[in-house]
Design a protein around this ligand. Structure first.
Ligand code: F6P
Length: 475
């Protein structure tokens, strides 16, 4: 079987899990990638290559919810060295401004090369003549070049979902040249923001020595590679529709009731990750309570922390720190039946998230660095009555588009306290003015538009003889 469109991502849209009765089944995996790619997959005869979690053996491609999926296997060693090691112990902190210290281990790199090779071979075996292959994210940066060597007939796109760091940080990486050359195997390299694309082009010029002009890289073999920003988004209409549904409205009222009908609800929703700034935001909130600006009878903070990368040591340390802090805050400021912080260490279906977004008056998104942050956009999409305040880090990609949020520097605790308090005390008119403008941005630039602009651009730049694929919603 071969396909005109091949999506290659570290994760499949579904995880292989053990069900209650002991048999194996599939469950939607968390993350924005699924909703982002789905429209392109449905518009084409595509296949999605990825890892379903765990160490199950490789399976033949199969159909799930109208999409063809091709699961990749990983050994326990691959998980330790490629996934937890090089992807999340080296690249993740390096690409997020060194929020944590990246580790450089040669065995991790060797494993990264081996696993990238297997993904490239799988893509080469499933792609039809002249097909389009779209490779995703930092775990698979070598795949474009490996794939081009195996299959020069293909049109190859790459999209990085996380930030791409400035040269001063990137050049710490002992394998910096290999990564740059890996990415240059693509015809189009997409980033969240213009600054990331510029970082990449500058590094290619300095470190690989290719000629560049604006967003173009000229390779000695005559190929041209384009590096450009494509800020990712969400299914805004889908979220709004869900938020308007009776079930979600009922559930959101139920949540406020269960909280004891506070006047204001603050909400944080993050993967439990050290880039997200969860600790600092809770400290800021606690100080406002300690100083008497916010009373526990008036306001509560719900913090949803989705379990993530739990085998990586820094994630375990972070969890302990956050849980200790929340214990202290509730001990200091809570009353009987009235904790200051409601902490939920779990992931939830989208409907439950929509109900929480509806129930929250102040949404707090304060990462130290974030590629985009779709939670901020989801909150905006769900506030169809033009109410709700968003406190947003300047260092989230979303801050480029959501200019009317209360923007904060998450390293500045006093600044964050002022913004939280302003958002808490803002009058309805001010909140509505800001939310209206943000809603316009999010509804007009949804994920369909994102996928369509990447695919259109890729067919414009990509290999002369490759076949065109359809952008979602296209003819
Ligand atoms: O957006 C970054 C990202 O690493 C995605 O590639 C991934 O699907 C998501 O975050 C969740 O991370 P993980 O796959 O490590 O659970």
């Amino acid at each position: 079987m071969s396909y005109d469109l091949v999506i290659v991502a570290n994760r499949l849209p579904v995880d292989r899990v053990e069900l209650a009765d002991g048999t194996k089944g599939w469950r939607t995996s968390p993350g924005g990638l699924v909703t982002a790619i789905e429209p392109v997959m449905r518009a084409n005869h595509g296949v999605w290559i990825g890892w379903p979690g765990g160490t199950d053996p490789e399976l033949e491609p199969f159909e799930s919810d109208g999409m063809e999926l091709a699961p990749m296997s990983m050994s326990a060693q691959d998980i330790e060295e490629f996934y937890e090691g090089f992807s999340n112990g080296t690249l993740w902190p390096l690409y997020h401004d060194l929020v944590a210290k990246p580790e450089f281990h040669r065995e991790w790199w060797d494993s990264y090369v081996r696993v990238n090779e297997r993904f490239a071979e799988k893509a080469a075996s499933l792609a039809a003549e002249g097909a389009t292959v779209w490779v995703h994210d930092y775990q698979l940066q070598l795949v474009p070049q490996m794939l081009r060597t195996l299959r020069p007939d293909l049109r190859i796109g790459f999209y990085l979902h996380i930030p791409f760091p400035p040269a001063e940080l990137f050049q710490q990486l002992p394998w910096r040249r290999q990564i740059l050359e890996g990415l240059l195997g693509a015809d189009l390299v997409g980033f969240q923001l213009p600054g990331a694309a510029q970082n990449f082009v500058r590094l290619v010029r300095q470190r690989v020595g290719h000629k560049t002009h604006r967003d173009l890289v000229y390779l000695p073999d005559g190929r041209t590679v384009r590096a450009a920003p494509f800020p990712i988004s969400i299914d805004a209409a889908g979220f709004e529709e869900m938020a308007r549904s009776d079930a979600v409205r009922f559930r959101s009222a139920e949540i406020r009731e269960a909280l004891g009908r506070p006047r204001k609800v603050f909400l944080g929703v993050d993967r439990l990750d050290y880039t997200k700034g969860i600790y600092a935001r809770l400290r800021a909130f606690a100080e406002l309570m300690g100083e008497g600006h916010i009373d526990v009878e008036d306001a509560v903070f719900i913090q949803v922390a989705v379990p993530s990368r739990e085998q990586v040591e820094q994630y375990r340390i972070l969890r302990d720190e956050i849980e200790r802090l929340i214990g202290r805050i509730n001990g200091d400021h809570g009353r009987i039946g009235r904790p200051a912080v409601h902490y939920l260490h779990s992931s939830y279906p989208r409907e439950e998230m929509a109900a929480m977004y509806r129930a929250a008056d102040v949404m707090v998104v304060t990462p130290y660095r974030d590629g985009m942050n779709l939670v901020a956009k989801e909150y905006v999409a769900c506030r169809y009555e033009d109410d709700g305040a968003l406190v947003l880090s300047e260092f989230a990609g979303a801050a480029d588009e959501l200019r009317q949020a209360w923007l904060v520097n998450p390293y500045d605790i006093n600044g964050m306290k002022s913004a939280l308090l302003e958002a808490y005390q803002a009058d309805d008119k001010e909140v509505t003015r800001r939310m209206k403008a943000m809603r316009k941005q999010v509804t007009q630039h949804d994920v369909k538009a994102w996928a369509a602009s990447f695919m259109t651009e890729l067919s414009d730049v990509g290999g002369g003889h490759a076949k065109d694929v359809r952008a979602p919603g296209g003819e």
